[in-house]
Unconditional design. Structure first.
Length: 381
């Protein structure tokens, strides 16, 4: 039987390809974005206890009350924005589910969603599956900022959503308050919904403050804000995240969530609820924790021929390899994993139309030993 694919552009992701090559070539894997260290012991103890205490059946669809309350408390404490845990917070199976549910709840066939390239790879398939169109706007180089005039020019009567991501994967760029003001001015008096992917919300460096859309009262009334416990608590494999949106938007979001997953892994919800309450210092100290890793990694790479781009947030380092090879980034990544013994991620798969750059992404959410082993190899190139 001939299957008429709904996602003709989707193949094996670059992350799977690079991880497979890393295994084959015994390379140090700085490709896929996950920590190679463990979540806090107290969090692991909590999840084990939750299972031992029988928290093993379906959770309430929208998330256990205690976790939603903790998310609401944290949101108010950090962003000065009060949200109702009952009507505005929904626990999801990772940020990926929340992004999909938000797009499916809001965007209809024939409508348009503005995304910024390079963009996270789950956005476009979620838009395509609605029969909608992703309108790609490239971020400006070399700082990966948003050209707001291009956004104004891209708006049409079909524009239903603008999808932003700060701190940004893969560049680490962060949006400023002035950016959010520009966005607010553009969507004012329209029916455009903002979807804000803030999974790296607690990883912002050099004393800067994360400009959550939830800090911006005008934008907060028309936005779905998505975050991920996987990034904050070093447990990407647990796949727990959440979405915050005003009541009417949350009601639509929950209609999709209800039939997409219904509910999220129950023991982890109990563990996060306990841990958030007992250890708020974990997320408060996360910028310093990752800044130390960023600085160590940059110091280790300083003698190499790689040019290091600035990293204002997130846990990725972009490097320009043009002093080493004048080949495209996919070929360079393959060369690097085979000959150099380090797996990285090329940037072009994050673009609809990639610019002529010589950049690859390295993940520094790694132990010292991993960073040192990678740097030793990279410094030989
Ligand atoms: C920008 C961005 N959004 C969403 C996700 C997915 O988060 P989760 O693992 O919670 O689904 C990631 C994970 O790498 C990401 O980098």
């Amino acid at each position: 039987m001939q299957i008429d694919t709904k996602l003709p552009k989707v193949g094996t992701t670059i992350f799977s390809v690079m991880s497979q090559l890393a295994l084959e070539h015994k390379a140090v894997n700085l490709g896929q974005g996950f920590p190679d260290f463990e979540p806090p012991q107290a969090l692991r103890d909590s999840i084990t206890r939750a299972m031992a205490e029988g928290k093993n059946q379906y959770a309430p669809g929208i998330g256990i009350p205690k976790l939603r309350e903790q998310i609401a408390l944290k949101t108010e404490r950090l962003y000065g924005h009060k949200v109702s845990p009952d009507t505005e917070v929904t626990v999801t199976s990772g940020a990926t589910e929340a992004l999909f549910a938000a797009i499916a709840a809001v965007v209809r066939a024939g409508e348009e969603v503005i995304v910024f390239d390079p963009c996270y790879d789950s956005y476009e398939p979620a838009i395509d599956l609605q029969g909608a169109k992703a309108v790609h706007i490239p971020l400006t180089l070399p700082d990966f900022g948003i050209d707001w005039q291009r956004v104004r020019d891209a708006i049409t009567p079909k524009t239903k959503m603008i999808l932003i991501n700060s701190p940004h994967n893969p560049s680490g760029a962060v949006l400023s308050r002035a950016d959010l003001d520009e966005l607010a001015a553009i969507v004012r008096d329209t029916a455009i919904v903002v979807l804000s992917d803030e999974v790296y919300e607690h990883i912002v460096f050099d004393g800067a403050q994360h400009q959550s859309v939830l800090r911006h009262p005008e934008l907060a009334t028309r936005s779905v804000v998505v975050s991920s416990f996987g990034k904050t608590y070093h447990c990407t494999g647990w796949k727990v995240g959440y979405a915050i949106a005003p009541k009417a938007l949350t009601a639509e979001f929950r209609k999709v969530h209800q039939y997409l997953t219904f509910c999220t892994f129950n023991p982890a919800q109990w563990a996060f609820a306990e841990f958030l309450e007992a250890h708020p210092e974990h997320y408060l100290e996360l910028p310093a924790f990752y800044q130390a890793k960023r600085d160590r990694f940059r110091q280790l790479l300083a003698p190499s021929r790689l040019k290091l781009l600035d990293v204002p947030g997130g846990y990725f380092q972009l490097v320009d390899y043009s002093a080493i090879r004048d080949i495209d980034d996919i070929n360079f990544s393959e060369y690097l994993v085979r000959e150099g013994g380090v797996a990285v991620i090329p940037l072009t798969p994050f673009y609809e139309t990639a610019p002529e750059t010589r950049l690859v992404r390295l993940c520094f959410a790694k132990n010292d030993a991993t960073m040192e082993a990678a740097a030793e190899r990279l410094c030989k190139l």
